[in-house]
Design a protein around this ligand. Sequence first.
Ligand code: NAD
Ligand code: LMR
Length: 328
Amino acid sequence: MVQGPVTVTVTGAAGQIGYALLFRIASGHLLGPDVPVKLRLLEITPALKAAEGTAMELADCAFPLLQSVDISDDPRVAFDGANVALLVGARPRTKGMERGDLLEANGGIFKPQGEAINAVAADDIKVLVVGNPANTNALIAQAHAPDVPAERFTAMTRLDHNRAISQLASKLDVPVTAIKKLTIWGNHSATQYPDLYHAEVNGKVAAEQVDEAWLRDTFIPTVAKRGAAIIEARGASSAASAANAAIDHVYSWVNGTPEGDWTSAAIPSDGSYGVPEGLISSFPVTAKDGKFQIVQGLEIDAFSRERIDASVQELAEERDAVRGLGLI
Ligand code: NAD
Ligand code: LMR
């Protein structure tokens, strides 16, 4: 049971995801219906006015659980005493930008934020990185917070997890609640591996209830490329569904996962399933007493092995790139 009030810092608070996220945090969906919340919004200076507008709207909701809203463009102020940090603000890839440029630009954001978290956040700080490339941005922040236990830095693959559940439920014409033990492995990118070999539908192995061609040629690419499909359709990247997934991730982390099920989160590898130690990779995880744990003992067949290895290889390349840039 969480005691309040809990200080929650949201970066990129004036952005699209921020707008979809803050009202749900303030209404009790992040931590629970009885937990008072203090919000801290971090933005870059030019976006402070927009953040103030959002804070005015938060006030106008008269949320019973919302104790305060503070806005700053200084990470050392915004993360002061934070118990939960949602790192949403990131530099998007723009035309002509190479991958190295993107990683470097994000290093300029996540390095000082990691340092500030290290210096001023509460001892029990939990960090979720949403801003892309989420796994590697989490690695950068973590590298600059040596006094914070490494496992407190996580990255979001819950949106991919939810997308996979929804696609499968729709294919089999079952409610989403019939699906358990779904796993997203690897990176939050097009190389991710949504695994139906361990997932269950009404207690039976999911992969055995769909044909293999659909699983390999439709399901996996649909889930892995869903972010791009949303951008194509909306003209902007997913926002409400991303905010919803961030809420789900933190709620599970703080309040635990239900018996007989697990979820997906990118957490620092302990070497499980051949993922090099330290990489922030998505795994099947349970949560208890405020800690994520990797589900152990799953058998990995050759097809899954190949998919997991490919995504983990991409993560290792991103890590090497940021290391080469001196960001970790
Ligand atoms: P957005 O451009 O609408 O908002 C981003 C906000 O971040 C802006 O208001 C900007 O001013 C702010 N910002 C930039 N640098 C900052 C800094 N140093 N400190 C504080 N704030 C800063 O973008 P969005 O749609 O809200 O998306 C945010 C990020 O989330 C993007 O990187 C996007 O790719 C990513 N995303 C991730 C997932 C996922 O599943 N992991 C899903 C959707 C989107
Ligand atoms: C998503 O999965 O919707 C986003 O990560 C896409 C993006 O590139 O912002």
